[in-house]
Ligand binder design. Structure first.
Ligand code: NAP
Length: 322
């Protein structure tokens, strides 16, 4: 029990069996499994449920949707299912996890504290930044990390996409529905994206790939007007006019709030064993935030289910009922 500053009224800390941090596909699936396993579950999410799925225009590789499904639609369905099963949900950002015996205490950005015997970290990641001149200055004024959110602003314009992975190619394809021309800048001579996506991009008349090159500067007056491009083999610099720069160069895991509580791998992702157990008993991790995860929605869901199952067993062990 805690007391508030000037107010002498005691503030009760709410207790749950499980606290899940993050409401993307991994977190929501963990919530579905935990609730169905009879565990009283709280999900904390700093933004809206869905995670990266929310900024994905079309998903074609999640089973059960033969025509594909939009990211927001799939997230809504997952959230609805978890809520129907009794998941408690709070829009709050987890700022810290502390250990108190077997309990884990989670503090949020509003200063609230919750405790549980098990915690699942499902905080996913956020888009990596390029780190070039002009990127920060023009974010929201031509520089974007979300095609679904910003594509309509670039109708019939010439834009640039940076990256060669699944996200860059999928989002570039989506952008071709709006823009007049898309230049995809990739630092290598071949794309990393799935074959089917590569073929679609290569055969799209609106798309052109600029190989073995990197963006070194984004410039403009108040908004993006162009970029400086370096050809990596010859070292030649040239300027390319465009009104939008969409950057899709991978994910940075959301682990800042963990401090040094759990072990991370060399890239900053949370290390777990095959049961999704981190280096701390009772703290599990699943989905994109986990080192070695497949970074696919279906895989994140599978890991969420595994983490919820493992947490159920952890609680049984604590109660001596396993
Ligand atoms: P990713 O697979 O890590 O690809 C990042 C791309 O950005 C790579 O092509 C990389 O180049 C390039 N890159 C990285 N840092 C760069 C820099 N500083 N400057 C220029 N280019 C840079 O990231 P992602 O595409 O966001 O995908 C993340 C994960 O989600 C992947 O596992 C992916 O398969 C998955 N995903 C799947 C789907 C789907 O199944 N439909 C959709 C989206 C994402 P190099 O190739 O040279 O390293």
């Amino acid at each position: 029990m805690r007391t508030t500053g000037g107010d002498e009224k005691p503030m009760m800390m709410k207790s749950y069996n499980v606290i899940i941090i993050g409401a993307g596909p991994a977190g929501l699936t963990a919530a579905i499994y935990a609730q169905r396993g009879g565990l009283n579950t709280l999900v904390l999410e700093k933004l809206a449920p869905g995670g990266q799925t929310l900024i994905t225009e079309r998903i074609e590789n999640y089973p059960g949707f033969p025509e594909g499904v939009s990211g927001p639609q799939l997230s809504n369905l997952m959230q609805k299912q978890a809520k129907n099963l009794g998941m408690k949900y709070e829009q709050q950002e987890a700022k810290e996890i502390r250990l108190s015996g077997d309990k884990k205490i989670v503090t949020t950005d509003s200063g609230k504290e919750y405790n549980a015997l098990g915690v699942i970290i499902a905080t996913g990641g956020e888009p990596k930044r390029l780190g070039v001149e002009g990127e920060r200055e023009f974010t929201g004024r031509g520089v974007s990390y979300c095609a679904t959110c910003d594509a309509p602003f670039f109708k019939d314009e010439e834009i640039l996409v940076v990256g060669g992975g699944d996200t860059a190619v999928e989002e570039a394809l989506y952008l071709t529905k709006f823009a007049k021309k898309i230049h995809v800048v990739h630092r290598k001579g071949m794309l990393r994206a799935q074959k089917i996506l590569q073929e679609r991009l290569l055969s799209n008349p609106k798309a052109e790939i600029i190989w073995k090159s990197k963006v070194t500067k984004i410039y403009g007056e108040g908004k993006v007007e162009g970029i400086l491009l370096k050809e990596l083999e010859r070292g030649k610099l040239r300027s390319l006019a465009c009104s939008g720069v969409f950057i899709f160069i991978g994910l940075k895991p959301n682990t800042g709030f963990l401090g040094d509580l759990v072990e991370l791998d060399k890239n900053g992702f949370v290390k777990t064993n095959p049961d999704m157990q981190t280096s701390v008993q009772g703290i599990f991790a699943c989905g994109d935030v986990r080192g070695g995860s497949f970074k696919q929605i279906i895989a994140a869901c599978g890991e969420g289910a595994l983490a919820a199952h493992a947490i159920g067993r952890h609680l049984m062990r604590l109660q001596g009922t396993e």
